[in-house]
Design a protein around this ligand. Structure first.
Ligand SMILES: C[S@@+](CC[C@H](N)C(=O)[O-])C[C@H]1O[C@@H](n2cnc3c(N)ncnc32)[C@H](O)[C@@H]1O
Length: 360
């Protein structure tokens, strides 16, 4: 296999790295046509980024760590062995530059570094420690040149399966939040879609379908930092955002001022979401859904059937749960208008799908 420089043969991260762009796109389209077969006639071609964006696009990484006796290594764990990924060709240049700077951090056990994460310009050193540690000796001068704007120390005593915990966050250097290419604030643990230009196209498509405007009510479930909420508000629609993470909601309040925001799981909040949507006539209700891989909670699918929206857009990162949810929504009277796959993660086998539906 002809791998680009820095791509370790043992890494399992990119299932499509041995494929041409055409072959990878064909496999992704084939998977979506199989997984979403009941709506085969409504599946659009895969939307892909420009060819030069198929490498160097990953701005959000979570990497395991190992001390090799000379310095820290960062990569992926295969069983108990670390496959170093400092030079992974998918990493954005800033990720590679930052990882290089973190290599000479102090050794364990004094500095029990478990993970390093980067979310755009916000970097975090996750230490397996319950008590606040002395900040590590680090030459901060290189961070700015690397494109890092904030460096955090996060204490997580049981760091392992979960990267972030409830322990303290301490800003070691820089500013606590940055702005993404769309101008929106994000923090060190924010969810951020890869390839912002392609993500913006998916939002354009959702916005054209929902056509939210004054007098409408748009419920944005699993709203994160409020990237989509900001769109609905800019069109003059009333908007409600629901999100489990308090820090994401705090940013959503600033990214999309003037929205009603509810913290909690969408399942727990289903009665309040229903009450709010019901205050608009059905034809003026809109819903935008962007759940994690597990898809919609049963209470959410039931609520959307019980109090239907006139138009609905659903951006999904897992075609299996999307199929289950589309079947539930169809049974509730919705009609699937179109399904558009988006290649947000070139060279991997991931593919996201934007489903557009009309209400009963
Ligand atoms: C795929 S991300 C989408 C975020 C946002 N729409 C965006 O594009 O930036 C899913 C979001 O759902 C949140 N989340 C996960 N489970 C949730 C739940 N049960 N209820 C509400 N929010 C949840 C996560 O914190 C995350 O922000």
């Amino acid at each position: 296999m002809n791998l680009p420089p820095g791509c370790p043969p043992r890494c399992r991260g990119c299932a499509h790295r041995g494929l041409t762009e055409e072959a990878s796109s064909a496999q992704k389209e084939g998977w979506i046509r199989t997984a979403l077969a009941p709506w085969e006639d409504r599946i659009a071609p895969l939307r892909s980024p420009d060819p030069q964006r198929r490498l160097g696009y990953r701005e959000r990484v979570r990497l395991a760590t190992r001390w090799d006796g000379k310095g820290w290594r960062f990569g992926m764990l295969l069983r108990d062995e670390l496959v170093p990924l400092e030079d992974c060709p998918l990493h954005a240049p800033r990720v590679r530059a930052a990882l290089n700077l973190f290599r000479p951090l102090p050794p364990p056990p004094a500095f029990p570094l478990a993970f390093v994460t980067l979310t755009g310009a916000q970097a975090t050193l996750v230490v397996k420690a319950s008590h606040p540690l002395e900040p590590p000796a680090l030459d901060f001068s290189g961070l700015e040149a690397a494109g890092v704007e904030g460096l955090w120390l996060h204490h997580h005593p049981t760091a392992g399966r979960r990267i972030f915990g409830r322990g303290a966050w301490c800003l070691l250097w820089g500013i606590p939040e940055s702005r993404n290419p769309l101008g929106l604030l994000y923090g060190p643990a924010s969810f951020q879609q890869a390839l912002p230009e392609l993500y913006a196209l998916s939002l354009d498509q959702a916005e054209a379908h929902l056509a939210p405007g004054p007098g409408d009510g748009t419920g944005d479930l699993y709203c994160g930092d409020g990237a989509s909420l900001a769109r609905w508000r800019a069109r003059g629609s009333e908007a409600l955002g629901v999100e489990i993470s308090g820090s994401a909601l705090d940013r959503a309040a600033r990214n999309a001022p003037g929205c009603i925001l509810l913290q909690g799981t969408c399942g727990q909040r289903a009665p309040q979401i229903r009450g709010w949507l019901a205050s608009f006539p059905q034809g003026m209700r809109r819903a935008y859904l962007n759940p994690p891989r597990t898809g919609l909670e049963t209470e959410v699918a039931a609520m959307l059937t019980d109090c239907p929206a006139g138009r609905l857009a659903y951006l999904s990162c897992a075609a299996r749960t999307l199929r289950r949810d589309l079947e539930l929504l169809e049974a509730g009277g919705y009609e699937v208008v179109s399904l558009t796959p988006y290649d947000f993660f070139p060279r991997t086998d991931h593919v996201e799908t934007l489903a557009l539906l009309e209400g009963p």
